[in-house]
Design a binder for this molecule. Structure first.
Ligand code: HSE
Length: 440
């Protein structure tokens, strides 16, 4: 079956990420979606730069309307941003009967009601997973995964730039301006960093989550918005001394009188997981009546993390055409005829690192024997800890514990080494082995 044809409006950081990930993972994406998905046309004011980004096989124009008017294009991705021309183009794409995928939180937070109504009328989808918290599938979680719940509140670190600035100010004692420049250099900040530091970007995202959580229209104009520009380093320090971190939170809460919708710096107890979300990472806590608290964490910005969300929307839309209503999302994510026979590895082929504890005779040469045996097996030692014999077995003890951390090793290799170690006369008890996962 012919691939779904996608037109891309604006190929900057997220656009090129979307193009690259779609290309790199095209086979796997096709097996999930049931049809190939290809960006076949791109509109960008800088045609030469855009053409260089996508190569010769893709048509590049400087007129976005030429993409919308192309009858071959099934889905239009809007990555221009802002409320101006992006709004007109999204409305025109909808009117032309195209499905739209957008990462434009500003547009949806302000004009979402009008846009969704038009999409409803025309029977097309407007998908926007990338608009909130970048690569974190929070829209899907709120709209589908948590649909049984009455949502009580949501609190999120939903602007990476400000979280990066606050983390760096706290850790390195750097001034606000210095850290802002670094955030811009790293590509976290919006084109106009005022939107980040004044809390506007976070408020756009909180507004969208609020609408989804409570079934209310998007109402950015009702949000209370306070950024981090007036925060002083001494308050970050004092808060720390009292057991708190200062985070810019986007909060929306159901109360008996209405919905709270606010963005402002907040003290959060250091022991909360969300207080430990550092740098440009995002996290969203959702409190709901049935499931309780859930936490979503990941990269809220950047080329490929945001592309991940854009492409998820493309797959969702493609499945409208490849599956009947009962099987829109395949049971095991891939289309039934596109399952793979990739084998599940036996445990002996697994690669991980290890914590070993050996009870050994406290005599000369034991450590050398143990480490020598591991070296012969090609097992790289990360750290060794030898306890005092007295501490382990009491006064005058002739036994001690040897604790070894290893680097990554094949489990089969480790099993053979352990059998040999266990056979050493100076190893006095069954060796304790615990696998170690750095999860870095
Ligand atoms: N400027 C945003 C942030 C990026 O810093 O999180 C995507 O919304």
């Amino acid at each position: 079956m012919k691939a779904i044809q996608v037109g891309l409006l604006g190929i900057g950081t997220v656009g090129s990420g979307t193009f690259n990930v779609l290309k790199r993972n095209q086979e796997e994406i096709k097996r999930r979606a049931g049809r190939g998905i290809e960006i076949t046309m791109v509109a960008d004011l800088d045609v030469a730069r855009a053409q260089a980004a996508v190569g010769e096989g893709v048509k590049v124009v400087n007129d976005a309307r030429a993409v919308i008017a192309n009858p071959e294009i099934d889905i239009v991705i809007e990555l221009i941003g802002g409320y101006g021309i992006a709004r007109q183009l999204v409305m025109e794409a909808i009117e032309a009967g195209k499905h739209v995928v957008t990462a434009n939180k500003a547009l949806l937070a302000v004009h979402g009601t009008e846009i969704f109504a038009a999409a409803h009328r025309k029977g097309v989808m407007v998908a926007f997973e990338a608009a909130v918290a970048g690569g974190i599938p929070i829209i899907k979680a709120l709209r589908e995964g948590l649909t049984a719940n009455s949502i009580e509140w949501i609190a999120g670190i939903i602007n990476g730039t400000t979280n990066f600035i606050l983390s760096e100010m706290r850790d390195k004692g750097l001034a606000f301006d210095v850290v802002l420049k670094e955030a811009q250099r790293l590509g976290y900040a919006e084109a106009d960093p005022t939107f980040d530091i004044e809390g506007v970007d976070a408020a756009h995202k909180a507004t969208i989550m609020s609408a989804i959580a409570f079934g209310i229209p998007v109402q950015f104009d009702k949000a209370y918005v306070e950024g981090i520009t007036k925060l002083e380093a001494q308050d970050i320090r004092y808060a720390e001394q009292l057991g708190y971190r200062i985070k810019l939170l986007g909060i929306t809460k159901r109360t008996p009188h209405g919905v709270e919708l606010r963005v402002h710096p907040s003290l959060v107890p250091t022991k909360r997981l969300i207080a430990n979300v550092e740098g440009a990472m995002n996290a969203v806590v959702v409190q709901a009546d049935a499931v309780g608290t859930t936490l979503y964490y990941g990269k809220g910005a950047g080329s490929e993390p945001t592309a991940s969300a854009v492409i998820a929307d493309l797959v969702d839309i493609t499945r409208l055409q490849t599956a009947d209503a009962a099987h829109r999302v395949p049971h095991l994510a891939f289309q039934p005829d596109a399952m793979s026979d990739l084998p599940v590895l036996p445990m002996s082929e697994v690669v991980t690192s290890y914590y070993l504890r050996l009870r050994v005779a406290d005599e000369a040469g034991v450590l050398a024997k143990v480490t020598g045996l591991l070296a012969n097996a090609g097992i790289n030692i990360d750290a060794v800890l030898q306890r005092e014999a007295d501490e382990v077995g009491g006064e005058g003890s002739t036994q001690t514990d040897l604790i070894i951390l290893t680097h990554d090793t094949r489990e089969g290799t480790m099993n053979e080494a352990l059998a040999e170690l266990q056979g050493l006369p100076s190893v006095l008890r069954p060796i304790v082995r615990i696998r170690k996962e750095e999860l870095a």
